[in-house]
Design a protein around this ligand. Structure first.
Ligand code: BG6
Length: 512
């Protein structure tokens, strides 16, 4: 635990955080009732929240405590079947303070309200500030908090969670970091990347570093290439306004995908704690081969979805989506072939793609091993492949060749698989639950450190500059696997993307 020095003398429980109050800025927004409150409620129901706690929503909308409780209650009821008494018990911990978040003078009122809530719930001044506001306020709120001493830790710890996107490019990320660092110290800052909260992303570490079986093969001598796919069937939904300024590169690639990639490629940390883990991921990020002009032209494919009829449903094109400019050149698909210039990975291509309106929702990593040096049984050796499925149908599938029964020595591709469902574990934490809990416990292992954020921005900066040139955007029909140029990216190397379906299988039959 990073914050141990700030805690009581009493040894904190490794499972349950100390009493604390969570202040959610931007509490009237979507994220609060869709993700945050359900996450807190699930933690509460599973007895993972501290003995006493409070959640104080703050935003411009005028709600009373009661109106805020009712709104959250409705959201919880809409999402799950739940026990009325438990629900009411939880809602008694909710409060609301109307606040113009960008007005420093109003934070005096917030300070008083916070003191009341701390007192009532014995939370000892321990506070998590959650910035769930438009990114333009990420630099402003810490400043306002600091102006009223609400960042100081002499009366309890103060942790600040910052939602993504952390910056818009390298320059703005550095600027934002500098701004926040004038008010909060690095150990207080928790930059959230919800992919790191996913069980199956964390499992990448356990799978790699707790088994002696795979790690010896996990390098350029045995691995031919790696595919990382994060596909979504949904379009931009109601977020067209935001997405049109971001695109897939900023929305998914710069953060989630580069994080997953570095967990696939990192060296083993000497121990699992915030510093050694993040030291290793940053080292990989620093080894990403910088993208040259030539790479951008040959190894980067940007696409935008167009209207199409898919499985009896008409799907509008990206430019027809609410909040999107009619002549938008924003990419909803990115495919990139990239390299990691270090001892372990030199020369191994990583093909990484993400897109909206692809045939199905799936995130997976596929490790393709090299062929045997001398294929004696058939001209085409079977593929040795490991599929690490992050979502859905979470699990791992390994495929290899066996003898086809009968005369001769024909080979047949077969597979072995493990599905998380088989564990029968009903209480897996969602990404937000895990990350909120970790932040309350002062554990930053699964949060992004500032050097990682900046290194990733630095890597993608040439793409951001390049994509401003409108020539480089291909259309693809909604419900397809992106522009055909993305297929050619692999075909030119004599390879193909895997076309995954919603179930973790490796057959020709694909259920979308
Ligand atoms: C978010 C992006 O960070 O991740 C969204 O802003 C995207 O555009 C979402 O849909 C995907 O997350 P998940 O957990 O559904 O894969």
């Amino acid at each position: 635990m990073v914050n141990v020095k700030k805690r009581d003398n009493e040894e904190p429980s490794p499972l349950i955080p100390e009493n604390n109050t969570i202040v959610i800025f931007g509490a009237s927004g979507d994220l609060t009732h869709r993700k945050l409150i359900p996450a807190f409620y699930h933690l509460y129901v599973n007895d993972l929240l501290p003995q006493d706690f409070a959640i104080l929503g703050a935003s411009r909308t005028e709600f009373t405590d009661q109106a805020f409780r009712d709104k959250m209650k409705q959201a919880l009821l809409a999402n799950s079947e739940t026990d009325e008494a438990r629900l009411s018990g939880f809602c008694d911990h909710l409060y609301y303070q109307p606040l113009n978040t960008s007005d420093k003078t109003e934070y005096g009122v917030l300070k008083e309200r916070l003191a009341e809530v701390h007192e009532k719930h014995a939370t000892d001044g321990n506070t998590v500030y959650y910035l769930s506001t438009p990114p333009s306020l990420y630099g402003v709120i810490p400043e306002c908090l600091a102006a009223h001493g609400l960042n100081e830790e002499h009366d309890g710890w103060k942790n600040l969670i910052v939602e993504k996107p952390f910056g818009y490019d390298l320059e703005s990320a550095v600027e934002l970091d500098d701004k926040i660092h004038t008010c909060f110290k690095e150990h207080q800052i928790y930059r959230i990347d919800h992919y790191l909260g996913k069980e199956t992303v964390q499992n990448l570490l356990v799978f790699r570093f707790s088994n002696a079986l795979f790690e010896p093969l996990w390098n350029r001598n045995f691995i031919d290439h790696v595919e990382i796919t994060s596909a979504e069937f949904l379009g931009v939904e109601e977020r067209g306004g935001y997405y049109d300024t971001a695109g897939a590169m900023r929305d998914m690639f710069q953060n989630h995908l580069l994080q997953v990639l570095s967990m696939v490629a990192m060296e083993p940390p000497s121990t699992i704690n915030a510093d050694s883990m993040r030291d290793e991921t940053v080292k990989v990020m620093q080894s990403f081969r910088p993208l040259s002009e030539d790479d951008l032209k040959k190894n980067l494919i940007l696409g935008q979805y167009t209207a199409s009829d898919v499985r009896g449903q008409h799907l509008p094109g990206y430019r027809e989506e609410h909040g999107v400019a009619e002549d938008s050149r924003t990419e909803t698909y990115v495919g990139l072939k990239m390299f990691i210039d270090n001892w372990r990975w030199n020369g191994v291509p990583f093909y990484v793609r993400t897109g909206k309106r692809l045939p199905t929702r799936v995130t997976e990593v596929v490790i393709h091993f090299k062929e045997t040096p001398h294929p004696i049984f058939s001209a085409n050796s079977p593929e040795n492949k490991l599929i690490i499925r992050i979502q859905p149908d979470e699990g791992i599938l390994m495929s290899f060749g066996l003898k086809k029964p009968g005369a001769g020595f024909e080979t047949k591709q077969v597979s072995m698989d493990f599905h998380y469902d088989d564990l029968g574990e009903a209480n897996m934490l969602t990404a937000y639950e895990r990350l909120l809990l970790d932040c309350m416990k002062g554990d930053a292992t699964l949060f992004t450190r500032s050097d990682a954020v900046q290194t990733c921005w630095k890597f993608v900066q040439p793409i951001l500059d390049f994509k401003d040139n409108s020539e480089h955007l291909f259309g693809y029909a909604s419900g397809t696997w992106g522009p055909k140029e993305a297929d050619e990216l692999l075909q030119n190397d004599g390879r193909d993307w895997r076309f995954p379906c919603k179930n973790l299988t490796d057959t020709d039959y694909c259920e979308l």
